[in-house]
Design a binder for this molecule. Structure first.
Ligand code: 5RP
Length: 223
């Protein structure tokens, strides 16, 4: 199977998992990226059976609206059962690196609100130790050089993602060669740097369920 076919398989598996649990009032949190896009396309067939969605990016909001799915501001929502999103890497504890698409901050906010975070990923995303994928960090523009110097002190190689502005008007620094053998600690260290909005490590709030697309089928892995 191609990588896209694996992504489609996990996206469909996520819809099959949540659809029977959705009520007319349910709000679904929706992630960003190609796997999340497949999820949106499958979810659309149930659009009359649940209340609507909260989007983790402008691009996702756009796609949801095109399908006729109502998009809500997170501040108008008191409860969210599910957040479904892809990842750039996952380890066995369902700690993730996210933000390849630059939407990490909004993704982390929506994930924080959801009762259940379902990660959908093809098997290429499963790793032993996080960090081969450069770790994205969203940074206030005026703090770019300061944050870069602090990242070097932590042992990483910061690379400015040229030409990218996030939905929040900030920049992205991708950290290469960082030791992420202790993800919770690294997540906290990076977030403590002044000027960092947040980083793409989802370790303090990992996924609750991983639907992993493999050539033998979709594997369901929970924490
Ligand atoms: C976007 C993300 C995505 O979930 C991550 O980049 C995976 O993307 P894809 O599903 O296209 O492989 O974190 O910020």
């Amino acid at each position: 199977m191609t990588q896209d076919e694996l992504k489609q398989a996990v996206a469909k598996a996520a819809v099959d998992y949540i659809a029977p649990k959705l009520e007319r009032s349910s709000i679904v949190g929706v992630g960003t990226g190609s796997t999340a896009n497949f999820f949106i396309d499958y979810l659309a067939q149930y659009k009359d059976d649940f209340g609507g969605a909260v989007a983790s990016s402008e691009a996702t909001a756009e796609r949801l609206k095109k399908h006729g799915i109502q998009v809500y501001d997170l501040n108008s929502i008191s409860e969210m059962e599910f957040y479904v999103d892809g990842a750039d890497e996952t380890n066995e504890h369902l700690e993730l690196i996210k933000g390849g698409g630059g939407a990490l901050t909004r993704e982390k906010i929506v994930a924080a609100v959801a009762k259940t975070f379902i990660c959908i990923a093809d098997e290429s995303k499963q790793v032993g130790i996080l960090g081969d994928f450069p770790l994205p960090v969203e940074v206030i523009p005026m703090a770019r050089s300061h944050v870069g110097r602090e990242i070097v002190k932590l042992g990483g190689d910061p690379v400015y993602r040229d030409g990218v502005t996030t939905d929040n008007g900030n920049i992205i620094i991708d950290i290469h060669h960082l030791d992420i053998s202790r993800p919770v600690q690294v997540e906290e260290q990076l977030n403590n740097i002044v000027g960092v909005v947040t980083n793409g490590l989802f370790a303090r709030r990992p996924a609750d369920l991983l639907l992993l697309g493999t050539s033998e089928g979709v594997k369901t892995i929970s924490r």
